[in-house]
Design a protein around this ligand. Structure first.
Ligand code: HMG
Ligand code: MG
Length: 298
């Protein structure tokens, strides 16, 4: 009894590229986003208005947002850690802003340089401003399945941040496996716990594939009714503040699975494969999507 339709949020241009050591030109990012738009995504995470000292690769976010061709109906999202980031996102006409916190104190400190409580206080004016300007508001919760610094993360800690993000007025909340340690039963446990605090239909699964479990975790999430998933074209990525973390689950792999299950995504797999080949060529290395590479080799 799986959902008949899911929303795939393409996060490659942000989560995928943020960790690249060599600068990727704004022109290449724009071309990537445009190709992904044409493939049919309803939501693309295209920018992060964060400190360029912390994440240099995202410094071109304004330029990228100004250069893309927007597909009517697609939501273009931007990460914002504070009001300064929000102002930039607003100026760049983002449709949705993403406040990002964590379920573990240690990760919150490393990633955004403050405690969980401080982060929520910092998000309050951002959330209010988003509402005032009619922007969608999404909350992302890192390390919901485990933390690179403190290890185990209790279910109640995840539930607590879900509640706080809900109280800030989030339209959607991401349950993120930053370091890819989740396994299917644990995934269901966390998702069902989060769903006691926030509507299941507005919860999303953000899985990194570090331990090769991401597709299994997505299937497990489908089984309990989750219908929004994040993925990265060509499996790009990693988090600058989670050492050794690999990319998000590859979009091509997720689409191949959804197509096989007869679950509607609205996204054209072949065009995503082409977008993956494009960005791989820009980065000078082969993509890591198994389905993408198999299709490209045909
Ligand atoms: P801080 O140093 O505590 O902040 O950083 P600050 O307010 O003292 O500012 C320091 C400097 O940064 C100042 O510049 C500010 O102007 C500037 P200076 O005076 O030194 O020249 N600054 C900014 N510049 C541009 N845009 C802004 C901004 N804010 C301050 N918005 C801060 C705190 C939150 C800013 C910093 O820690 C930061 O930017 N962190 C971002 C880290 C990040 O982007 N991580 C990756 C994204 S999260 C992720 O990947 C996880 C996710 O995928 C889910 C998952 O997989 O887990 C979402
Ligand atoms: Mg991530």
């Amino acid at each position: 009894n799986l959902p008949k339709k899911v929303k795939i949020v393409e996060v490659g241009p942000r989560d995928g590229l943020q960790n690249e050591k060599e600068p990727v030109s704004a022109a290449a990012k724009i071309e990537l986003v445009d190709r992904l738009s044409r493939a049919g995504f309803a939501n693309i995470e295209a920018a992060a208005f964060v400190s360029p000292k912390w994440v240099p690769q995202m410094a071109s976010s304004s330029e990228v947002m100004a250069g893309i061709t927007r597909r009517p109906g697609t939501i273009y999202s931007a990460l914002v850690p504070n009001l300064q980031g929000f102002e930039s996102a607003l100026a760049s006409k983002a449709d949705e802003v993403v406040i990002f916190g964590a379920a573990s104190e240690a990760f919150s400190q490393k990633n955004i340089n403050c405690s969980i409580a401080e982060s929520i206080a910092r998000f309050e004016p951002v959330a209010r401003a988003a509402k005032d300007h009619g922007l969608r508001l999404r909350g992302s919760i890192s390390t919901a399945f485990g933390c690179p610094y403190q290890g185990e993360v209790p279910l109640d800690a995840v539930a607590d941040v879900v509640r706080r993000m809900r109280d800030l007025g989030c339209d959607e909340i991401d349950i993120a496996d930053t370091i890819g340690v989740a396994t299917p039963r644990k995934t269901q446990e966390v998702m069902l716990r989060a769903a006691r605090e926030f509507p299941l239909e507005s919860l999303s699964g953000h899985f990194h594939d570090t331990y090769g479990q991401a597709l299994a975790n997505i299937y497990a999430s489908l089984e309990v009714g989750v219908a929004i998933f994040h993925s990265s074209v060509s499996g790009l990525g990693g988090c600058p503040y989670a050492k050794g973390a690999t990319g998000n689950v590859a979009t091509e792999d997720v689409l191949y699975m959804m197509n096989g299950l007869g679950i509607e995504t609205g996204v054209d797999l072949d065009q995503v494969v082409d977008a993956g080949l494009f960005i791989s060529q820009q980065l000078g290395r082969k993509g890591v999507s198994r389905a993408g590479n198999a299709i490209a080799a045909k």
